[in-house]
Design a protein around this ligand. Structure first.
Ligand code: 13P
Ligand code: SF4
Length: 300
């Protein structure tokens, strides 16, 4: 079966677009209409005029697409592609925390379920988290679920008081100072770029900290030759495409998000063929969660 040919044919037939996160495998990124970080993909899905959005990523991303485009059919090819960090936040505990800090604004990372987004004032992605936190008038901020990202943003915005959640990304949180030491020794001329989901002690040692897209832009615009990359290895696909003459080394061996790797050409084809797996949400959740996502998209 020529999956690529069939996917392109079905895409036209269904009036669909395929979007892919930068952690997806290279063949998925290459067939997508749009490849980007969490923020870019949210913005893109909010504005598409196609009937169907096929989301090559993880569950919360497809949910966000559905919240922002409720009239469209949103499909997730790998229905079991979740995000362990998103599953670390629950509504009951969030309500208790909100009751304890009634003056605080609740800022949730986009890596959350729709139910959590519906409980929060505003959403953020790593690329826009600092701006989002600055945009709310409250001095106190309940930031969830990523403690590492929260701590990084808290350092940029010291005038606010943060209440952190104990969530983390298992893929990024596995980084340690030892990885930095070893990589710096092996590649003494390389620039270290890491994602803010990494632990603070690793982020503190980085030369650049940013979202996946920001890391790609940084490496592409810099005139340095060598880079150590501290995020999921799917990012190498675009880094190498845009910078064929530069060298990229991974900060950690097998730096993989297993859930991001669940999408493949076969399940992407099946998603379009059978119109599965459709993301559905109740109207009330969409209404409430869309407020926090739209507020994020409107932050200047
Ligand atoms: P960004 O693409 O926004 O950097 O997010 C990384 C990530 O972990 C998505 O789950
Ligand atoms: Fe979730 Fe981490 Fe995978 Fe992103 S990389 S989807 S935060 S587990």
């Amino acid at each position: 079966m020529d999956y690529i040919k069939e996917i392109l044919r079905l895409k036209e037939e269904r009036n669909a677009i395929i979007v892919a996160h930068l952690y997806q495998d290279g063949d998925i990124q290459d067939i997508a209409d749009m490849v980007g970080d969490s923020f870019e993909l949210s913005r893109y899905c909010a504005t598409t005029d196609k009937d169907v959005i096929v989301f090559c990523g993880v569950h919360f991303m497809a949910e966000s697409a559905k919240i922002l485009s409720p009239g469209k059919t949103v499909l997730l090819p790998a229905i079991d592609a979740g995000c362990p960090m998103a599953d670390m936040a629950n509504v009951e505990d969030l309500r208790k925390l909100k009751a304890k800090y009634p003056e605080a604004a609740t800022v949730c990372y986009v890596n959350t379920t729709a139910a959590i987004k519906a409980e929060c004032d505003i959403c953020c992605t790593s690329s826009i988290a600092e701006k989002v936190v600055r945009s709310v008038p409250n001095k106190q901020i309940i930031f969830l679920p990523d403690r590492n990202l929260g701590q990084y943003i808290a350092k940029q915005v010291p005038e606010k008081e943060f209440i952190f959640w104990a969530g983390f990304c298992p893929t990024h949180n596995a980084l340690s100072i030892m990885h930095v030491k070893e990589a710096r020794e092996a590649y003494p001329d390389a620039v270290l770029a890491v994602h803010p989901e990494a632990p603070p002690e690793v982020v503190d040692l980085a030369d650049f900290v940013g979202s996946t897209k920001q890391i790609i832009d940084f490496c592409t615009q810099s005139d340095k030759q060598e880079y150590i990359i501290g995020t999921e290895e799917g990012i190498l696909h675009q880094l190498k495409k845009k910078n064929p003459n530069k060298e990229f080394y991974m900060l950690k061996y097998r730096f993989i998000c297993p859930n991001m790797k669940k999408t493949n050409l076969e399940n992407l084809y099946e998603a379009l063929r059978d119109m599965k797996h459709e993301i559905t949400l109740d109207e009330e959740t969409i209404k409430k969660a869309s407020l926090s996502l739209e507020r994020m998209l409107n932050v200047k």
